[in-house]
Design a protein around this ligand. Structure first.
Ligand code: NAI
Length: 300
């Protein structure tokens, strides 16, 4: 086992410090995960005023551990105290892993990744949580492509075990192994997937959600389809799932899949319609369901 350990050390590094950029739905989930398992997590903010809100939201993700007595308040406080903040990309020299989860915009991500590369140590791993931008494209202007990859978490990060790792054509085996081993230690199930539109999960999930919407267009109804798929064994029906993911996200990813795979992956008119009406699902209180009165919004 000593030999296995030595071989392992040759092919991967230990990650103990991290940086997260972007503090939306995904950023906060990622901050929580890293705070739980790593020694230190730094958060890059555009405005330090937001720090207290973020710490409050991250603290909420520890509630389950407190309630189930898996952690004490003192242990949670210790985890939260491992978080630090920067507005100006300072204090990044000892960081092992940076994950960006800023807005899904190629130019903004490219600019940020370049900046990170200039502020971090040579062997730091830099990753993007993008759900649709090509990792090869994002790597184009980087000097150390071998340390760059996609690490695609799913929403909500604290509950979803699967994580997709997307290498670019130059990503080193060592970087991939390092990330893989770290994610396993964090209780996640990493899989390495190809750099294509939708990666793996969304290529399967979005046609499924769109197909449910096509059946709705053909005259079925939301609650029946949801019930059938639940009875089949899915943890929730497709419309409940779409509302949880966010109709805006579902629409954007469907659009990218349609552009990439053509007629194989059409977008349903119902999805387009409710997206245009800004019914974004749970986060806007209305999507396929109306959460203000526990009803559905049917396509009539
Ligand atoms: P969000 O809109 O909730 O959060 C984006 C955050 O980034 C905001 O807090 C915003 O203030 C910040 N931000 C924007 N531009 C910035 C910049 N230039 N520098 C620093 N911070 C900046 O978005 P969400 O849903 O958290 O998505 C973030 C990333 O994760 C996107 O790339 C998205 O495609 C990806 N993703 C989203 C999933 C989801 O289900 N929402 C699932 C998997 C990946």
């Amino acid at each position: 086992s000593e030999k296995i350990k030595k071989d392992y050390e040759k092919t991967s590094n230990e990650i103990s410090t991290s940086l997260v950029i972007g503090n939306g739905v995904m950023g906060k989930g990622i901050i929580w995960l890293l705070s739980k398992y790593l020694k230190q997590t730094r958060i890059k903010l555009r405005n330090l005023d937001k720090a207290q809100n973020i710490i409050g939201d991250v603290a909420k993700l520890y509630d389950y551990f407190l309630k189930s007595r898996k952690m004490t308040q003192a242990q949670v406080d210790l985890k939260l105290s491992s978080l630090s903040y920067t507005q100006n990309f300072d204090g990044l020299k000892n960081i092992d892993l940076a994950i960006e989860a800023i807005v899904e915009n190629k130019e903004q991500k490219e600019e940020l990744l370049k900046k990170l590369e200039s502020c971090m140590k040579d062997d730091a791993i830099i990753a993007s949580n993008t759900s649709s931008i090509s990792i090869e494209e994002l790597s184009k202007n980087l000097q150390r492509k071998e340390n760059f990859m996609g690490i695609h978490f799913f929403n909500p990060v604290n509950k979803m075990p699967l994580v997709e790792i997307i290498p670019n054509s130059k990503t080193s085996k060592k970087s991939i192994n390092t990330v893989k081993q770290s994610l396993i230690k964090m209780g996640k199930m990493p899989i390495v997937v190809g750099d294509c539109a939708g990666f793996l999960v969304n290529r399967i999930l979005l046609p499924y959600l769109n197909e449910a919407a096509f059946i709705l267009e053909e005259g079925s109804n939301i609650t029946t389809i949801d019930k059938v798929l639940k009875d089949f064994g899915m943890p929730m029906g497709p419309f409940t799932l779409a509302d949880n993911v966010g109709i805006d996200i579902g629409y954007h990813v469907s659009k990218i899949l349609n552009e990439s795979y053509g007629q194989r992956m059409p977008i349903s008119n119902v999805l387009i319609k409710i997206y245009e009406q800004k019914l974004f699902g749970k986060k806007s209180k209305k999507g396929f369901y109306d959460y203000t009165n526990n009803n559905t919004i049917e396509n009539k």
